[in-house]
Design a binder for this molecule. Structure first.
Ligand SMILES: [Zn+2]
Length: 135
């Protein structure tokens, strides 16, 4: 545990629907994205996301910003070999699948942006709230 972002943290993202690989060997098609983000990473992603919102038909800024945060996937090519993870392959995903990857990264960023609770503990109540007697 540290206050620095953990570069080895990962988050698993299941792509929507059943395995689409030849022979359907997987219970689900999955992508593993970074699970923890520094303030520098968050700022860069927010810039790229803002640009993408301005130009939703243009992945030219979004995919290069996302790619460093996508670690691996279990996708296979049409010959059944591991499909190499490249920016071009990422951009070649169907929109719903790329959206799932984006959502997975966004959720990891949201968590990185929160003040952490001890793991498993419920959120702390406001000290002001719990100190006030109920009328
Ligand atoms: Zn598959």
């Amino acid at each position: 545990m540290s206050r620095l972002a953990d570069p080895s943290a990962e988050r698993e993202v299941a792509l929507p629907g059943a395995c689409q690989c030849p022979g359907s060997p997987h219970d689900a098609d999955r992508v593993w994205v970074r699970g923890d983000f520094s303030s520098r990473d968050v700022a860069a992603l927010q810039r790229a996301t803002a640009l993408a919102v301005e130009r939703p038909d243009d992945n030219a800024t979004l995919v290069p910003a996302l790619f460093p945060h996508v670690r691996r996937w279990n996708l296979l090519d049409d010959r059944g070999a591991a499909l190499e993870l490249t920016p071009d392959a990422l951009e070649s995903l169907r929109p719903a699948d790329l959206e799932a990857v984006i959502s997975g990264i966004a959720e990891a960023v949201r968590r990185a942006d929160q003040v952490p609770n001890p793991s498993g503990a419920p959120s702390a109540e406001s000290p002001l709230g719990s100190a006030s007697p109920t009328p």
